[in-house]
Design a protein around this ligand. Sequence first.
Ligand SMILES: C[S@@+](CC[C@H](N)C(=O)[O-])C[C@H]1O[C@@H](n2cnc3c(N)ncnc32)[C@H](O)[C@@H]1O
Length: 301
Amino acid sequence: MPPVLSAEEIREVNTRYHDVAADHYDSKWGIDFGELGGEQVLQKVRKVLGAHPGPFESSLEIGSGTGYFTLNLMRAGVIEQATCSDISPGMLAALSANAQRLGLEVSTAAADAEALPFPDESFDLVLGHAVLHHIPDLPTAWREFERVLRPGGTVLFAGEPSRYGDRLATVPKRAATAVAPLWRRVMRAGPAPPAEGGAPDAALESVVDVHAFAPGELSEMARGAGLSDVRVIGEELLANWFGWTNRTLEATADPNEVPWAWKWYAYRGYLALQRVDRRVLESRLPPAIFYNLMVSAKKPL
Ligand SMILES: C[S@@+](CC[C@H](N)C(=O)[O-])C[C@H]1O[C@@H](n2cnc3c(N)ncnc32)[C@H](O)[C@@H]1O
């Protein structure tokens, strides 16, 4: 059982955990700012904002990490002027380095989502990816999103863990753990070496992830903050099961000994199943069973 921490302690652990994670974050999660990363982010945004999202004159990202969403959306012409905020200065330093390498200008601000250091009605778009589940006091944070948004502006959060989807994903994880020794023998790969000194403490993961959501909870939070046109959709079912199975297997092996052909199969398979999820399943099945949830809303004029 993870320890019960106060909201202040959760924020402190989040900052420390993500500061340590920042250096290896992009390689660990396959974050890409080229054609593939741009396409992945655009596909997600199009699901809720339509085929031609934006352009938004000014945006604020919450928990921007190394810039996965904002930098890719700037490159795609969806965002013009961007501000990126995060509780972790280490993540913002990695983001600034990525922006500089890509030739993009971005303002950054180390800030807690619950107390944003921006005047009222400053942005046309407030967005985030994989961040809401880290924030202790979500009603306060949602009021902040609404406050800094201009009337008519858009809120969009993607990549939030779905409570039921997360439970369903334990099935492939458990199955993969059980067959991992056999899989390593077939792959002729040795067991994983001990974690490097700079790697984030795995035990902290259960502390920094403070929520998983039912779709109705996300829409209630958005409405509770005074937003309208609220939409929640689910994404990734088959792709997620496939991805967790492969990541769980790979985590048990020495990465240098996992054959290239396996990595290719895992990567292409994931992309193919994402297409099946997007084209066939996401519009037909209830959002609650998918692994990730997205929520979008508008600030009334
Ligand atoms: C899972 S990472 C996602 C990063 C990035 N959005 C992405 O998709 O790659 C979560 C991010 O939220 C930030 N974060 C955690 N708690 C926060 C809080 N209370 N306020 C603002 N940012 C927070 C972390 O520092 C981290 O950069």
